[in-house]
Design a protein around this ligand. Structure first.
Ligand code: KIV
Length: 271
């Protein structure tokens, strides 16, 4: 690259072009420091509505608002120079119809600077995704287990076993036909995920969907061991930062109680 070549961030077309190539590395981030840590290693950084559970202590993603997404979206944008950022549309911000979806997707993009949105749903979201993509909103779709529907699904179960597989395949084909540039497959059985990946011309990004997808995504707080309320089977912990933080806080508390902190190395002498 010559000194005059401008550095351009990763865009949805670049992610689309990765179909069938080197696996896409994707993680969530919600803050500037974590976005900065992830950015050099990731192709996609998602401001997921999982932030409601892992940062704000909500029982599900249902209570997440546009304002929460915008606040964290802006923070993440300050930490990204390499990866492609994507922001989740929260529950209630797009399901009414294409116009409502465009109003809120454009607000998310304009107020945060994010180049793409993610929304949950397959066949029933076809017209909404088509409306958005025709109007300059790149869409990452999310099918299989769609956590915003936890109350109708009846829990965070595997989606797509046996006869249900045909419905998930239909969802995948519908979001592709509508113009989505990629699709998240959550908690779909390994064989089905592989068949969907082989059938589609857009990249599939798996979470609990086996190794056969075009990429993988995890919630960063899960893989760093920061969120410990529960651990889905598909989460691998690459670090135990929650435990390390808890030990550090306990050490600090013990030293304060013993008047061992601050010692001379952290105090200012009079002269
Ligand atoms: O909200 C989120 O973090 C997500 C990913 C887990 C795919 O949707």
């Amino acid at each position: 690259m010559s000194a005059s070549t401008p550095v351009r961030p990763t865009l949805p077309v670049d992610i689309l072009a990765r179909k069938g190539g080197a696996p896409l590395v994707c993680l969530t981030a919600y803050t500037t420091p974590v976005a900065r840590l992830s950015d050099p290693h990731c192709d996609v950084v998602l401001v997921g509505d999982s932030l409601g559970m892992v940062l704000h202590g909500l029982p599900s993603t249902i209570g997440v608002t546009m304002e929460m997404m915008i606040l964290h979206g802006k923070a993440v944008m300050r930490g990204i120079t390499n990866a492609m950022p994507v922001i989740d549309m929260p529950f209630g911000s797009y399901e009414e119809g294409p116009e409502q979806a465009f109003r809120n997707a454009s607000r998310l993009m304009m107020e945060t600077g994010m180049p793409a949105v993610k929304l949950e749903g397959g066949v029933h979201m076809h017209d909404t995704i088509a409306f958005l993509t025709a109007r300059g909103v790149p869409v990452m779709a999310h099918i299989g287990l769609t956590p915003q529907s936890v109350n109708t699904l009846g829990g965070y179960k595997v989606v797509g076993r046996a006869d249900e597989g045909a419905r998930v395949m239909a969802d995948a084909e519908a979001v592709q036909a509508a113009g989505a540039f990629s699709v998240v497959l959550e908690k779909t059985p390994e064989g089905l995920s592989r068949r969907i990946t082989q059938t589609l011309t857009i990249p599939t990004i798996g979470i609990g969907a086996g190794v056969g997808c075009d990429g993988q995504i995890l919630v960063i707080d899960d893989m760093l061991g920061l969120f410990t309320d529960f651990r889905p089977k598909f989460v691998k912990r690459y670090a135990n930062l929650g435990e390390a933080a808890s030990d550090a806080i306990a050490d600090y508390a013990a030293e304060v109680r013993a008047r061992a902190f601050p010692g001379p190395e952290h105090s200012f002498p009079d002269e």
